[in-house]
Write a protein that binds this ligand. Structure first.
Ligand code: UDP
Length: 247
């Protein structure tokens, strides 16, 4: 991975991780620059769940630390930044950034490959995005349940994408990107979690007002109560954030 060493001013340390603090518009400008310069970069969402998991998982920690752009996906990251009087004012969710990347791709003729989720989700996402961005070129799709790794890699490379959006859930997608990006020719690799399920209409996102007041996590909790296990660990996140500040 190429480190964006000239962009350190756009990152803020939260819980020990350099999180992008420059907002989505500047991030998209920076990614465009990366593509134009043929730099290979990874975009990974960071939230309290991942920080907590990474505390016991050195592999995940390493992946997060070596990402080129860690985006502040969870409201907990914004709150932790606020507590330390930092610069991160708003979330950049994986799904909003994915949408922004599609708009960027449509404007600049970048080619996008969609990888992951169930067949109807990935196909539905392609249809939705092509309707929303008539100039968008989605050069290939593959659901998240393939058999042959080698074939997958050569199939992807044959379509010649600039951007690969990987929807395998976390941390599987982050591990997949780390393992495989060296064999792929695309520049941009974003892990997008359950976004294809949302774009295809399979899963509903929280209403806009809930997103705006930072309650999207509550909406997801109501519809997926199994997430409670993760939410209960939030206190641990704020402890990690506090400790890393004092280091
Ligand atoms: N998924 C997949 N292959 C797998 C495991 C998961 O394609 O082997 C997909 C799954 O179908 C779903 C997404 O990964 O579309 C995970 O969504 P989730 O909301 O759980 O991810 P999160 O955003 O919480 O990481």
């Amino acid at each position: 991975m190429t480190a964006n060493t000239n962009k350190t001013s756009d990152f803020e340390k939260v819980a020990g991780y350099p999180v992008w603090s420059g907002g989505q518009t500047a991030l998209l400008r920076s990614v465009k620059d990366d593509i134009e310069q043929s730099r290979k970069i990874t975009v990974i969402a960071i939230n309290p769940e991942k920080v907590i998991r990474a505390a016991d998982d050195p592999d995940l920690k390493d992946i997060l630390l070596s990402a080129d752009y860690l985006i502040p996906d969870g409201i907990g990251i914004v709150k932790a930044s606020k507590k330390q009087r930092g610069a991160i004012k708003k979330r950049i969710t994986g799904i909003d950034l994915m949408d922004g990347l599609c708009a960027l791709a449509a404007q600049n003729s970048y080619r996008i490959f969609l990888l992951g989720a169930a067949e109807e989700s990935v196909q539905g996402t392609k249809v939705f995005l092509e309707e929303k961005y008539p100039d968008l070129s989605i050069c290939g799709v593959q659901n998240g349940y393939w058999q042959d790794d080698q074939k997958l890699l050569s199939d992807i490379n044959e379509t010649n994408p600039d951007i690969i959006l990987v929807a395998l859930g976390s941390p599987k997608q982050e591990m997949w990107i780390r393992e495989n990006m060296k064999r792929l020719s695309a520049c941009v690799y974003q892990g997008v979690g359950g976004s294809f399920d949302v774009f295809s209409g399979k899963v509903k996102r929280a209403p806009r007002w809930m997103q705006q007041i930072g309650l999207e996590w509550l909406y997801r909790l109501i519809f997926q109560p199994s997430r409670l296990r993760h939410q209960a660990k939030l206190l641990k996140f704020f402890r990690i954030a506090k400790e890393s500040k004092n280091e």
